[in-house]
Design a protein around this ligand. Sequence first.
Ligand code: ADP
Ligand code: CO
Length: 294
Amino acid sequence: MNSSLSLTLDAFYTDTKVTFDSTLKNDQFYLNEQLQDELATQKVSRFLDLVREKAAISTSAIIHSTNHVPTAAGLASSASGLAALAGASSQACDLNLTPTELSRLARRGSGSASRSIFGGFVEWQMGDSDETSYAVPVDDANWDLAMLIVVVNKHEKAVSSRVGMKRTVETSPFYPGWLETTPLDLAEMKQAIQEHDFQKVGEITERNGLKMHGTMLGANPPFSYWESDSIKAMQLVRELRHAGLQCYFTMDAGPNVKVLCKKSELSLVKARFSQLFKEEQLISAGVGPGIRLL
Ligand code: ADP
Ligand code: CO
């Protein structure tokens, strides 16, 4: 429905190993060393079916995946997990896909995963088919940038991204306003990135994020991913800005708050957050690379 932009982070990633094995009757999916139930395995199998079709095989696989990011908590495990699964599964059957082809494939598992094939700032182009809709790198983000992640709640969210987005698109009267203005935000953002204009990047990040959360309040039935600590974290960002520290917040579909700041000021920002949040709730991240074959 709209193009979107992400920043790949080094702190959050997924390691995935896929082994096709003709002695298996069904796919077996282990996430964080736990054998997954039928429903979770089915999601992975459906994705592997796309890969099997491309490779013209019908062999089942054993999948071992470790998320170095909380799963389904609004910290983009679907982006990380499905990008890794696309890379590992296509390699395991020697498809030798280019990064663009990998992005197209990852998108079929999770839209957000199309971007996470690449490092730095990445744009996912809107569209409804592989022909038009895939991600392209925008900037390596190799400048004074960092992110502090405030983990308000690392448990699985009540409304998955997919269910929440569907309901918003179908019922929220605010959604047309989001669609109308987001292309302008994106164009301004790409300009700001090109100019390494931190303040502008931050301002657009914050207002676009809040606008997205606004669309959910207009849905029927309405829902919100915010918790009281999310608001506390957003308020602190505003206070820090008032005190002269340049930082801006954004939130994905979950209660956790991401604070975009300058790498050179990350320790200052973190120190202020330490006064309100526990050490284990604060994760420092830098700009991350794209997908890698181990
Ligand atoms: P998040 O905010 O974590 O991205 P989503 O609702 O978008 O939450 O997606 C969560 C879903 O992504 C999980 O229920 C699972 O289906 C999938 N997922 C997450 N990690 C992995 C992984 N490592 N391998 C395969 N699928 C994964
Ligand atoms: Co997701």
